[in-house]
Design a protein around this ligand. Sequence first.
Ligand code: FES
Length: 285
Amino acid sequence: MTLIDIERPGNPDVFAAEVRTAAEQIIARYPAGQSRSALLPMLHLVQSEQGYVSADGIAFCADVLDITKAQVAAVATFYTMYKRKPTGEYLVSVCTNTLCGLLGGDEIYRTLSELLGVGMNETTADGTITLEHAECLAACDYAPVVTVNYEFFDNQSAESAVGLVTELKDGRRPLPTRGAPLCSFKEISRQIAGFVDDRPEAATATATGAQTEAGVKLAQQRHDQAPGYPVEHEKKPASEAHAEQVAADNTGAAEPTSAHDAPLKTSASDPDADSTQGELFGKGE
Ligand code: FES
């Protein structure tokens, strides 16, 4: 079996006019002339229509973004969130990374695989469940973790996971431990493409659990504080700010390009860093 249907040229016209309108909305989020930056959400959009990234989906993205199908396929085959075969209504992902694996994730995956009669990236005959084992799902504090369409079911066991998939196969949608109520794989793909989940119950769902906030609460009790961001930015015309950034880049004294970036030069942004390192590593002794 081929991993992706590259034998067929793909037909971009199988998608309805509404999909093309949604694609234009995605592209409009990016600066003019940089529509290719929209490729990642575009791939989720076509996945939301067909349940996977088909040859047609690749042709559609290439057509709308004016890039080659080879460029689209190169991206689509790199990221595991883009599925290369039709996906079931529910994508069940079992974390088998080190922590979850040791705490029961391996057993959960093995048990579900035997129960459902499917292996990695395979779908049950009724089209309900696609099973996969996943790398760290960024919820180690709730290990072992299972997600269904990327919603978390924390602290699972083989027994509870069997109960979970049994409910799904029976047409029920158990509530995730936290996060929005379940929807279908196509619906979550559309949300990941950047379209709002307008279900009222999704807007009011709790996103975190006690473990998530434990570190922050402990820091508050201890009155711990992280150092403030050290660079004072003046509001300058864009052209002037850009010229300064280019000059800084050329001298190697670049500053972060946004408040979300880590300092590019620790000693420049944190004058105490050298002396701190001296203390830590016995510099000068
Ligand atoms: S190892 Fe499973 S969520 Fe991190």
